[in-house]
Design a protein around this ligand. Structure first.
Ligand SMILES: Nc1ncnc2c1ncn2[C@@H]1O[C@H](COP(=O)(O)OP(=O)(O)OP(=O)(O)O)[C@@H](O)[C@H]1O
Length: 277
């Protein structure tokens, strides 16, 4: 197999407080190539902290206590802030749940989409603007120039998320991590954003790590699925196997999905613990 775009080996993260430390990630290992991989699990299972640990963006109070993250052949341990900045954007992009919190409301969209180009290239102002307008058109925004000149507050949620995707993809990262990229959007727009991500990833041969708690969405989007529970990966399977998963926790998670006929089943953890008894 070709060298993966991202390789995570035995990653440990702990929450530190005066009383000591509490494990948040307990030895996570996986790799992502030019494919779509989904990380699923209940709220609090550690999906977002996995993404943040990979990107060196752990919140205050959380610390990586072990393991290795290799991104595009570079071991991220010991990278200083400057080296990190060089890698983020160029090697990996991150799309978060709500563009309202990722885009700066005080700056026009164009400036924010161009930001990585300003950091990573020597393109002139005109060239940056051209690339940004192209990218805004590519993510399906009808009037790129109007969007370019807008402030984030003037955009709908779906448009904001398209802008975020444009901002992340403009520097052509090899890997994109999308943490619940559609959960703040209306149902009707969700499919469009996923189609957009899938199309762009395929066109560019990019790897995609999708974090989601929506198993139905994952089943039709991803190639492979990693199932997290309490800070560990407890199951790995092909997306088409989700409906026939053999692992009791994965099965419980699948059965508890909102679109399941068994609407209103109990939380997977409770069902799983029962099954394991
Ligand atoms: N700033 C923080 N300080 C201490 N613990 C934290 C902090 N942020 C998250 N945690 C803990 O880390 C664990 C994993 O959280 P994480 O956000 O990764 O879960 P998640 O699977 O992404 O959940 P969700 O689907 O709700 O986003 C949780 O137990 C949470 O309490």
């Amino acid at each position: 197999m070709a060298e993966p775009l991202l390789s995570v080996e035995d990653l440990h993260v702990a929450a530190m407080d005066e009383g000591g430390s509490r494990p948040v990630l307990r030895g996570i290992s996986f790799a992502v190539g030019r494919e779509r991989v989904a990380l699923v699990g209940e709220s609090g299972s550690g999906k977002s902290m996995t993404a943040r640990a990979i990107l060196g963006l752990l919140p205050r109070g959380l610390r990586r206590t072990g393991g290795r993250v290799v991104l595009g052949g570079t071991d991220l341990a010991g990278l200083d802030a400057r080296a990190w900045q060089g890698l983020r954007g160029k090697a990996v992009g991150l799309v978060l749940q709500d563009p309202k919190f990722s885009l700066n409301p005080a700056h026009r969209v164009g400036r924010q989409v161009e930001e990585t180009l300003l950091l990573h290239t020597r393109l002139s102002r005109t060239e940056r603007r051209e690339r940004a307008l192209d990218m805004l058109a590519k993510v399906g925004l009808d009037d790129p120039l109007r969007v370019y000149r807008s402030y984030p507050g003037e955009l709908s949620g779906g448009m904001g998320q398209r802008v975020m995707i444009a901002a992340m993809l403009i520097a052509e990262p090899a890997l994109l991590i999308a943490d619940e990229p559609t959960s703040a959007l209306d149902q009707a727009v969700r499919g469009q954003i996923l189609d957009l991500l899938r199309g762009l990833a395929e066109e560019r041969g990019m790897g995609l790590l999708l974090i989601s708690h929506d198993l139905q969405q994952v089943a039709s989007f991803a190639h492979r699925v990693l199932v997290m529970h309490r800070g560990a990966i407890v199951d790995r399977l092909a997306a088409e196997q989700l409906a026939d998963a053999t692992h009791p926790y994965t099965r419980a998670l699948w059965q508890a999905r909102p679109s399941a006929a068994t609407h209103g089943t109990r939380l997977p953890t409770a069902a799983w613990q029962e099954a394991a008894r």
